[in-house]
Write a protein that binds this ligand. Structure first.
Ligand SMILES: CC(C)(COP(=O)(O)OP(=O)(O)OC[C@H]1O[C@@H](n2cnc3c(N)ncnc32)[C@H](O)[C@@H]1OP(=O)(O)O)[C@@H](O)C(=O)NCCC(=O)NCCS
Length: 365
């Protein structure tokens, strides 16, 4: 066992799942890693995980210790995310088979030694001793993430970071919530800046927040001014960034592929999402039995009408597709019957199929 294998540390690596702050919905094809601190002394971590090039860079890095440590932690998180994403690689990838190389703008890219699966796209962020990384299988995908700690910032932060229109979105919120959402909006800008590969170099106001979905956590960002001059192809495009909060940290993430055909989840993936969602919901009302595909919403799981509406809204937001839930609920009301999770999965499956075919038709026209 190497020096790392023998240590217990707070690490979490997630494959296509939402945990440890990961704001992305489950159906995406990604791996997310989060490290809450160095697992061992920096010299040991560097010697056991970095490639020769990385080690040479790190040992000559002229920066304060905090920065050298966060660089190292970010690299380790990125390597963990890539390892998790490519877990079936032959031979299996070790951290020092994966090299993280910055492009001329600082955007991290992946190089693999000893193995040649398609190269993933990655993004890295760190804050207050925590590092996160996102690895996405498709090398054409633009990915961006950010993490910030919620703390009492002066109002100057908001006047510098946001336009009047953007500050208007935060109006009327109690101070604690306002701070959180201001930070989510900031993180959304950084995620888009990273996804496009030039950071916020076009200026903070060139990443303009046009909409915030306070219930679902999504923030829509459009490019303006210098950012549009850098990327004219994104004129009129909204970048939808997922955000979340876990304890004292706010997270943001975007996986963007221009012109990508909407990925249709399989029925099994839909069912798994629904079961997971149902477990979450029923936890709040002390339902102790396992939630099964056959479980009935109203008679077994104790749903009330409003719970059903909340669930349907969450499903639509999750898949970003409107579905005729009002008709479905009206129909089961008229027939005075219950709805199983299996039936709900069929319903979502059918309507996602039609949405994807409509997308494809639009693309052909
Ligand atoms: C890139 C940028 C968004 C990073 O934000 P930050 O709050 O300083 O740091 P974070 O912890 O969120 O992210 C740092 C990581 O972003 C990644 N990164 C750096 N430049 C990047 C770029 N152009 N595109 C994508 N990712 C980038 C790196 O992996 C970096 O970590 P590392 O250096 O340890 O490898 C920001 O520094 C930036 O916009 N820089 C360019 C212009 C500039 O300096 N403007 C001042 C803006 S206030």
């Amino acid at each position: 066992m190497n020096a790392l294998g023998s240590m217990v540390y707070d690490s979490s690596v997630t494959q296509a799942g939402a945990s440890a702050g990961c704001p992305l919905p489950m159906q995406k094809n990604f791996a997310w890693a989060r490290l809450d601190g160095l697992p061992c002394d920096p010299a040991t971590l560097a010697a056991t995980t970095l490639t020769a090039q990385e080690y040479s860079f790190w040992s000559q890095m002229r920066a304060v210790e905090k920065r050298r440590n966060e660089w190292l932690l970010g690299r380790f998180a990125a390597k963990q995310a890539v390892q998790a994403l490519l877990e079936n690689a032959v031979p299996p990838l070790r951290p020092n088979d994966i090299e993280i190389v910055p492009d001329p703008h600082g955007r991290p890219t992946v190089m693999l030694h000893r193995s040649a699966p398609p190269l993933p796209s990655i993004s890295i962020a760190h804050s207050h001793g925590v590092a996160i990384a996102l690895a996405v299988r498709r090398s054409r995908a633009r990915v961006g993430i950010d993490i910030e700690k919620v703390s009492a910032r002066s109002l100057d932060f908001e006047t510098i970071a946001f336009s009047c229109d953007e500050r208007e979105l935060l109006k009327g919120m109690p101070p604690e919530q306002g701070r959180e959402w201001a930070l989510r909006m900031w993180c959304a800008k950084e995620a888009v800046g990273k996804a496009l590969g030039k950071g916020l170099s076009a200026g903070l106001l060139a990443f303009h927040i046009v909409q915030v979905d306070f219930a679902g956590g999504q923030v829509a960002v459009q490019l303006r001014d210098a950012a549009l001059r850098h990327f004219p192809q994104f004129s009129g495009e909204s970048f939808h960034v997922y955000t979340s909060r876990e304890f004292d940290f706010v997270f943001s993430a975007i996986i963007y592929e221009q012109g990508a055909v909407r990925m249709r989840p399989s029925r099994q993936e839909i069912l798994e999402y629904l079961l997971h969602k149902m477990e979450d919901l029923t936890q709040d009302w002390d339902y102790n039995d396992p939630v099964r595909p056959e479980s009935k919403l109203f008679t077994e799981l104790g749903f009330e009408s409003l719970d059903a509406v909340v669930l349907c809204t969450a499903i639509q937001e999750h898949y970003q597709t409107p579905m005729p839930f009002a008709e479905l609920l009206a129909e089961i009301g008229q027939q005075q019957r219950d709805l199983s999770i299996n039936e709900l999965a069929d319903f979502v499956d059918t309507h996602l199929s039609s949405a994807v075919s409509a997308d494809a038709t639009r693309r052909v026209q």
